[in-house]
Design a protein around this ligand. Sequence first.
Ligand SMILES: Nc1ncnc2c1ncn2[C@@H]1O[C@H](COP(=O)(O)OP(=O)(O)OP(=O)(O)O)[C@@H](O)[C@H]1O
Ligand SMILES: [Mg+2]
Length: 262
Amino acid sequence: MDNSIADNTIALAAGNIRLSFGRIQVLDDVSFDIKQDEILSIIGPNGAGKTSLMNCLSGFYKPQEGQIEFRGRDITGMPMHRRAHLGMGRTFQGIQLFPHMSVLENILAGRHVRMKTNFLQSFVHWPWVRREEVAHRRVVEEIIDFLEMEFIRDSIVGELGYGLRKRVDLGRALALEPEILIMDEPMAGMNVEEKEDMARFIIDIQEYRKIPVILVEHDMEVVMDISNRIAVLEWGHMIAEGPPDEIRDNPRVINAYLGEEQ
Ligand SMILES: Nc1ncnc2c1ncn2[C@@H]1O[C@H](COP(=O)(O)OP(=O)(O)OP(=O)(O)O)[C@@H](O)[C@H]1O
Ligand SMILES: [Mg+2]
């Protein structure tokens, strides 16, 4: 990890992002940045473009216009796997795990970017592969410990409840040893207790791993509670940005949400 980066350094900046599918304008001139020591939440009504914006950051979508810089480097045209190598980790709105594999195996699979031998070779037990695997397993065990998943480490993921699968998905993202973490609705479908656990993990990740977290989330209580800053998307436009207290009282934001409820 690069300790030379001061905490208020901008970790990631997106400028003037424009994304459309055919005639559907999904993101229009969207700009934001996140500092090294921040939890930044991106909120907005359904269909506002939050997931699409995350897809632009991770390289899954290619915006027609705009730039994205990560740790001072222009990554606008960079393919997804190279962004992962740079340490862009993410969790998904719909969980993307191997349902027939164990928790441990799923998290180990999340390390493939950091493995010299490929994932399939790692099942062949040559001595040097064994040594590498032992090192990877150590990282994975640390993650299992950190996310308090000892009791499910050997469970089959498909047999777990939704909240726990979300936690495994976070473990998979952490296995990359990310330099930034992008989380798309990590609390969706969780009960109160699971949400509290997840909120604590997110705060701990930012605090102890010193990496910025971009959080897309609908649960306003959690968002107001754990975010340093909040950016608001509505119909592809960034309509507000600021600390939680400011956003809570912002008439445009209130209006955007009331509009959704009507
Ligand atoms: N691959 C795609 N092809 C066509 N339209 C798309 C595509 N991806 C997203 N869209 C459209 O972009 C708009 C924004 O969708 P997006 O999923 O980014 O919203 P969101 O803010 O994440 O919503 P939610 O809160 O429901 O997750 C929607 O109108 C959606 O239909
Ligand atoms: Mg979404």
